[in-house]
Design a protein around this ligand. Structure first.
Ligand SMILES: [Zn+2]
Length: 249
């Protein structure tokens, strides 16, 4: 096989590997985001209960204050009892006290209902807080796992890049420039297998004469449509560099 072609095929295999590593590195923040949403949900539920509990406590405080005020009024009224002269006055006085007492009973019932609600919310809140902790732990664990994976991939990438420099140094500048131009333009690969008179890079037919020339693998040929470098892989050969994946349109 033409040596330049062999290097180009090797470079392509390496670049495909590099692209896959870069893709996996790029996926990491998105994967981590998926673990963020259960944490956010747990936090929302917890915050909602917390707000509700705060408002219930505030409501209870207000009612307690009302009760204190009424108790004050009742105490003041009772302290004036000795000043009352007539029965009529006494009746009115008693009625006023009873009025406040009835109101107090009503508020006390309300306070009891609020306290029951507070108790229920406090129980929920404890469970929800635990759920937040669990989601936090799971997120942190994932963050750790992914950070390690990123580190590993980054190291792999550096190693592959170093190997790539060696490959590039063996390829003629003219071929390398063409290789890079195709790669930038087409995004996936610059070298494609020619099989059954078809370029597997773009699925376009290759004229029979050109195909026969490509099959010899002694010179460099390009697909006239996608301009990728073309090579022929002997079906009987198990050369690892000439393994081609499914064709791209
Ligand atoms: Zn092509």
């Amino acid at each position: 096989m033409n040596e330049q072609l062999k290097f180009l095929i090797e470079l392509q295999t390496l670049d495909t590997c590099i692209m896959s590593i870069v893709e996996r590195i790029d996926m990491i923040p998105r994967t981590l985001d998926q673990f963020k949403s259960p944490l956010q949900q747990a936090n929302e539920v917890f915050q909602k209960s917390k707000t509700k509990l705060e408002s219930l406590n505030k409501k209870k405080k207000e009612k307690d204050l009302q009760l204190d005020e009424m108790q004050d009024k009742i105490d003041k009224l009772k302290s004036r009892s000795s000043d009352i002269k007539t029965n009529k006055e006494y009746e009115a006085h008693l009625k006023e006290i009873q009025g406040f007492e009835a109101k107090m009973t009503k508020i006390e019932d309300e306070v009891l209902a609020i306290m029951e609600e507070i108790e229920a919310y406090e129980k929920d809140l404890r469970e929800e807080e635990m759920e937040v902790r669990r989601a936090e732990d799971s997120f942190k664990e994932q963050e750790k796992v992914l950070a390690e994976e990123q580190k590993k991939l980054q190291a792999e990438l550096e190693a592959e890049k170093a190997t790539r420099s060696e490959y590039v140094s063996r390829i003629d500048e003219e071929h390398y420039t063409h290789y890079m131009n195709i790669l930038k333009r087409l995004g996936d690969r610059a070298v494609a297998e020619a099989r059954n008179e078809i370029c597997l890079g773009c699925n376009t037919n290759i004229p029979p004469q050109l195909y026969n020339d490509i099959k010899k693998n002694v010179d460099l040929y390009h697909c006239f449509y996608c301009t990728r470098f073309l090579y022929y892989k002997d079906p009987l050969s198990s050369d690892k560099h000439t393994q081609e994946s499914a064709p791209n349109p």
